[in-house]
Design a protein. Structure first.
Length: 755
């Protein structure tokens, strides 16, 4: 249980006994009738997310669910729910499918001969109808028992669900057949009747519908079984995400010794060892060692990232290189992995607007269908048809109208779509986000940390005619290596990357606000602004002066390098544009979005970055104060645009929340991630395009599912009422509709990121 707003709490209950969307709608309705309670019940996930006042006890919520005819409990803690090695979860899942599988096998083995004898007159021997009764009886009683039990439970509570339709339909077909065999003419030796797809008019005394009773049960059980398996596969991505974390960790004691403990026992501040090939146990900071970290399982990014002392690492990633000592900074539910899993679960438990409409329809659908079946019975009788024809049409209406597909349309697509997104480093916060991705026509991109790396980097080295570029970089890098300034760090990193080791300065001094000076390999070196050189009466030659002016005109920082009394080079420093940003802009534009660059930097810097990534000058908004970013988003919205925004900083959080669709870069701050609707675990802007594609495809899948479910019932009910569908064919079609919806949702598992 968690506390949300003051005075309220939230709990997730595991619901048992639901068999269709009508069940979920009933539970939701009962819970929401409680004072101070708001509940959402997810049929596919078999969970209820309940927000309630703190004066309401969880046991009262559970009692309400149980009084409705279902079971409810709080989820077990992970430590108890999972056995070592993760085997317990698999066994538990298998146990859940076991009884259903047993009933399905029984029904198929016994129902197939019954169906064959009814469909093929050539095999109808003298007493075939009595063998059919013998085989069909266990199917309608034992195999169909869950339907009868649920129908009885619902009847006790004055409700009707799809189980009511199945139970009434199969029982009626079976009891009619028993009556015809014992009291009609159907039991006479040598009786035969052909199999027909449509309903024939007769008095019914010689007609039996054992194939309908047994066949419908077998078909619907098959649909339930494959639906249950598919639902389990739909949630597999989230389960895999939860199981990514390391189970054990080697902690370093104060005396230098090592001991292994369960990861759950780690506390903030603990230092733990990560050997090559091991998973990093939790989020932390590297305090010893260097290595490459493979984050592909968590972010989908295939290239390992180099980490050194002071770098942050994420739990569940793999140490692919050297030995690391990491200090834990986040444990348990605060880790990035746990927060990702929670975001995915929250999204799966939500409902899109279209599904809320489907739920309302499902809640009243069953009573309407029962009334329609009775109306069908009366209509056929009133038009002079035989009792058996009227009865068969009514049974077909009952069986084909089950609203199962309606209840599965949205949850299964959300489960698969959000689960697949989590595997690719894309976290969708909720189903309402899907609508926003479809409508968005403008995307505002924060510059620093989103389009650019957020780190200063050496962009160019301009040298005087007689100066060697490597020598200029070597001397400047050696001196800047002793400084902690971001610009100095950019020069030193570039020099070390290109040249390897650097000499150690023999003398070093920092000149505040201007640069650094010192002696390197016997040379008196100055690195800094032009004013620093002016203090030593050193002037820039014409070509270097032009290079400096050009760099500053582009919004870059120009650093001059001089030694032995002469200026030899100008280093051009700027916040580096990410290698993939230009490609990402093209992909966003291809999705129908107009990219707009937003930054607090000056116009020259903004225009330079925009040119590099392909954003036109009219779509650049520069020199914006952090607090004014919200106003920019509001202004664009007032122009009739539906605005998406991508950002990563604290100063972006309010604008992300204001935007119709907020995309938070997972490499950014917690505030930005909390405010976003979509979280991109990687810092690659191309993932934003993938996220929008995935969200739109998930929404399309939901709509396809709902269309199929609605169209199926709208088309099938009149056919059944008109006597154009044999009840067994109706049962098969109903089962297929649910399997189709789940199968269509599972296609989202094949979604591929282009990044």
């Amino acid at each position: 249980m968690t506390t949300t707003t003051p005075g309220t709490a939230e709990v997730e209950l595991v619901i048992g006994g639901m068999t269709c969307a009508s069940c979920a709608a009933r539970i939701e309705k009962k819970l929401n009738r409680m004072d101070g309670v708001e509940a959402t019940v997810n049929y596919a996930a078999e969970k209820a997310r309940v927000t309630f006042r703190e004066d309401v006890a969880v046991r009262e919520l559970i009692a309400t669910v149980e009084a409705t005819g279902y079971t409810a409990r709080e989820p077990e803690p992970p430590a108890r729910a999972e056995s070592p090695g993760g085997e317990g979860g698999s066994a538990q899942e298998d146990d859940g499918l076991g009884p259903l599988r047993q009933r399905l096998v029984t029904s198929v083995v016994l129902a197939v001969p019954v169906i064959v004898m009814a469909m093929v007159p050539a095999v109808q021997f003298e007493y075939w109808q009595w063998l059919s009764l013998t085989l069909a009886a266990p199917v309608v009683t034992y195999a169909a028992w869950p339907f009868h039990k649920a129908a009885f439970t619902n009847a006790r509570h004055g409700a009707a669900t799809m189980d009511t339709l199945i139970s009434v339909g199969t029982s009626a077909a079976f009891l009619w057949s028993v009556w015809a065999l014992f009291f009609g003419t159907a039991g006479e030796p040598g009786m035969t009747h052909p199999f027909e797809l449509t309903i024939a008019r007769s008095d019914g005394a010689g007609n039996i519908y054992l194939e309908a009773a047994a066949g419908v049960t077998a078909f619907i059980l098959a649909g339930r079984y494959f639906e249950a398996r598919s639902k389990r596969r739909a949630g597999a991505a989230l389960k895999a995400l939860l199981e990514l974390g390391a189970k054990d960790v080697t902690v370093l004691r104060a005396d230098g010794g090592e001991h292994t403990i369960p990861t759950a026992e780690l506390t903030v501040g603990d230092r733990f060892l990560v050997r090559p090939g091991e998973k990093i146990a939790t989020d932390g900071i590297v305090v010893e060692g260097t290595s490459a970290v493979d984050a592909s399982m968590l972010t989908g990014e295939s290239v390992p990232v180099e980490v050194v002392v002071g770098d942050s690492v994420t739990g569940a990633t793999i140490n692919a290189g050297g030995r690391l000592v990491v200090e834990a900074t986040r444990v348990g539910a605060d880790t990035q992995l746990a927060r990702m899993a929670q975001l995915v679960q929250d999204a799966q438990n939500g409902k899109a607007a279209a599904q809320r409409l489907a739920d309302r329809i499902s809640a009243v659908f069953v009573p309407v269908v029962i009334a329609l079946a009775l109306g069908t019975l009366g209509f056929w009788l009133g038009n002079g048809a035989g009792l058996t024809a009227a009865f068969t049409a009514a049974v077909a209406v009952l069986i084909i109208a089950c609203p199962c597909a309606l209840g599965l349309a949205t949850p299964t697509a959300l489960m698969v779509g959000t689960g697949r997104g989590a595997q690719l480093g894309i976290l969708i916060k909720g189903p309402e986000v899907l609508e926003s991705t479809r409508r968005a026509d403008t995307i505002v991109l924060d510059k620093t940390g989103t389009v650019t790396t957020g780190r200063m980097a050496l962009r160019a080295v301009h040298t005087a005619d007689t100066t060697d570029e490597a020598e200029a970089l070597r001397l400047a890098g050696a001196l800047e290596h002793s400084s902690e300034h971001p610009i100095a760090r950019a020069v030193a990193d570039a020099a070390r990357s290109k040249l390897g080791s650097l000499p150690t300065p023999e003398d070093f001094a920092n000149v505040p606000g201007l640069g650094v000076q010192g002696v390197v390999d016997g040379h008196a070196v100055l690195v800094g602004r032009e004013q620093l050189l002016a203090e030593w009466a050193i002037r820039l030659p014409t070509d270097l002066e032009q290079a400096r002016a050009g760099a500053e005109a582009a919004g870059h920082t120009a650093i001059t390098v001089a030694w032995d009394g002469q200026a030899h080079a100008v280093l051009e420093i700027a916040d580096a544009v990410k290698d993939t940003s230009g490609e990402a802009i093209d992909r966003l534009r291809a999705l129908g979005l107009t990219p707009i660059l937003l930054t607090g930097d000056n116009r020259a810097v903004a225009d330079s970055v925009a040119r590099e990534v392909g954003i036109t000058p009219e779509n650049v908004i520069a020199e914006v104060l952090p607090q004014d970013k919200v106003d920019v988003v509001k202004r664009l919205q007032s122009e009739g645009r539906t605005v998406a925004m991508a950002g990563d900083g604290v100063n972006d959080a309010a604008a992300l929340a204001q935007a119709d669709l907020g995309l938070a870069m997972g490499t950014g701050t917690d505030a930005a991630i909390e405010a976003g609707d979509l979280t991109l675990v990687r810092g690659d802007l191309r993932t934003a395009a993938d996220a929008i594609r995935l969200a739109r495809r998930t929404l399309t899948t939901i709509r396809t599912n709902l269309f199929w479910a609605f169209a199926y019932n709208v088309a099938a009910l009149p056919l059944a009422a008109a006597g154009l569908l044999n009840p067994m064919i109706a049962g098969a079609a109903m089962a297929f509709s649910s399997v189709f919806v789940v199968g269509n949702s599972l296609r989202l598992r094949s979604f591929r990121a282009t990044a």
